[in-house]
Design a binder for this molecule. Structure first.
Ligand code: HAM
Length: 416
């Protein structure tokens, strides 16, 4: 037997309704906020991510699925959706149209991580990106959209916000970080020693226990914000208050991607263990320019669909049950089964979901099957019914039944 690759998962027919429920909820909320869907390729040129996501991040240094294609180009399966969205914005001239450009996507993403509950090598994101708006009101609206989706799904997760400033205030903060870490370099992991040289902010993102301990007392960025970044952060908090969205300021959030400027945020669940961050995002005013476009402010987030589903399950959030067919047509034998086949076609043509037997089962076994798949009605066609030109329709919820002429079948079920 050939097995599924490590860190990937099948979504089976019996479970896909859960995914559809979450995806539909995401699409509905996105539409309420005026967002249109963007679809970008599953793979991009590697350089897009090394420049966009940042070549000192774990994602780029350790986790990308990168290969050479037959034309000897370096190709990478997308580890996230933002860089591709930014490339599409530039390449398709969207900057020339009405601003801001507001989009969402539902996409697979690939990271070579150590798999565990809530952490996969192929996972799925619902992401939102808003290009062209620089005010904190845009940040707040993006956060409000995420909040609306999480509430729609019945989740009670906590919002943590922070500002990591702009390149101007970051330079001073990096100096402070280097000063703090310099005497402790020997205690840091090898990765962190290289982060110290290349991008000290990444030190705060290390997952090694020893480094995390040292990180706890490191200087916090909020003390180093320039007046403009400080004002932006204050404005964001003001808008969140206006929207009635609860949050806490967590100066330790730096996020695992390099493109962020100013606002960063995460929605975290207490209902599951280590992988409790269901949604993360922030502002990234430098990314578009970094990958070749004109300077363009931008803000967005992505939520992991697998994590949303895990948290929904763990917290007992309501999930509407899967829907069975409206009607199951059970034919007794030969001609009755043919009539069931034809009626099923007629009902489908009228927009009514219908199923019939393909397994040569007895009527009793067909009833059992219909119950299992959640059919709302079972219509039995035996010899007597066939002769009378009608079927015996049973409503499964309360076992009431009535005779319905074949000619009236579509009309009858349409009204139900
Ligand atoms: P991220 O925090 O790397 O941000 O990922 C966003 C979400 O994707 C996480 O909160 C988590 O729910 C899910 N996720 C990440 N890695 C995995 C994994 N290995 N297995 C399962 N789920 C995972 C981004 O990707 C940014 N592009 C978000 C963004 C959009 N920022 C601005 N715009």
């Amino acid at each position: 037997m050939i097995s599924i690759p490590k860190g990937t998962k099948d979504v089976l027919p019996a479970d896909s309704y859960k995914w559809q429920y979450v995806e539909n909820a995401a699409r509905e909320v996105a539409a309420l906020y005026g967002l249109k869907e963007l679809r970008t390729p599953t793979f991009e040129h590697t350089e897009l991510f090394s420049r966009g996501v940042g070549d000192t991040t774990d994602i780029v240094t350790k986790e990308m699925y990168t290969f050479r294609d037959k034309g000897d180009r370096s190709i990478t399966l997308k580890p996230e959706g933002t860089a591709g969205a930014a490339r599409a914005y530039i390449e398709n001239g969207l900057a020339g149209g009405a601003q801001p450009v507001k989009m969402y996507y539902i996409t697979p993403a690939f990271r070579y991580e150590r798999p565990q509950a809530g952490r996969l090598r192929e996972f799925h994101q619902f992401g939102v990106e808003v290009f062209g708006a620089k005010g904190a009101d845009a940040d707040a609206e993006v956060i409000a959209l995420a909040d609306a989706l999480l509430k729609k799904l019945g989740l009670h997760v906590k919002l943590h916000v922070n500002s990591i400033g702009c390149p101007k205030c970051r330079a001073e903060y990096n100096r402070a970080l280097k000063e703090y870490f310099a005497p402790r370099l020997g205690e840091l992991c090898a990765d962190c020693r290289s982060r110290y040289e290349k991008n000290p902010l990444r030190l705060l993102d290390c997952k090694e226990e020893g480094c995390r301990k040292i990180n706890r007392d490191a200087p916090v960025i909020l003390d180093y914000l320039c007046p403009e970044c400080k004002a932006h952060f204050e404005a964001l908090k003001g808008y969140l208050d206006l929207a009635g969205i609860e949050y806490s300021v967590d100066p330790r959030i730096v996020r695992g991607l390099d493109y962020y400027t100013r606002t960063v945020f995460e929605f975290v669940s207490d209902d599951i263990g280590a992988q409790g961050t269901v949604c993360g995002g922030g502002r990234y005013d430098g990314l578009i320019e970094e990958i070749g476009g004109a300077p363009t402010p931008a803000v967005g987030f992505a939520a992991g669909l697998e994590r949303l589903l895990i948290v929904m399950e763990a917290s007992g959030a309501p999930l509407p049950p899967p829907k069975g067919p409206k009607v199951y047509l059970a034919g007794l034998d030969g001609e009755c089964r043919k009539k069931a086949f034809v009626l099923a076609q007629e009902l489908r043509a009228a927009g009514i979901s219908a199923e019939t037997d393909h397994m040569e089962r007895s009527v009793k076994a067909q009833f059992k099957y219909a119950d299992k798949i959640g059919a709302e009605y079972v219509a039995v066609i035996g010899g007597n019914e066939l002769a009378a030109g009608e079927m015996n329709v049973k409503r499964m919820a309360d076992s009431t039944s009535e005779k319905v002429p074949f000619a009236k079948a579509a009309e009858y079920f349409s009204a139900k």
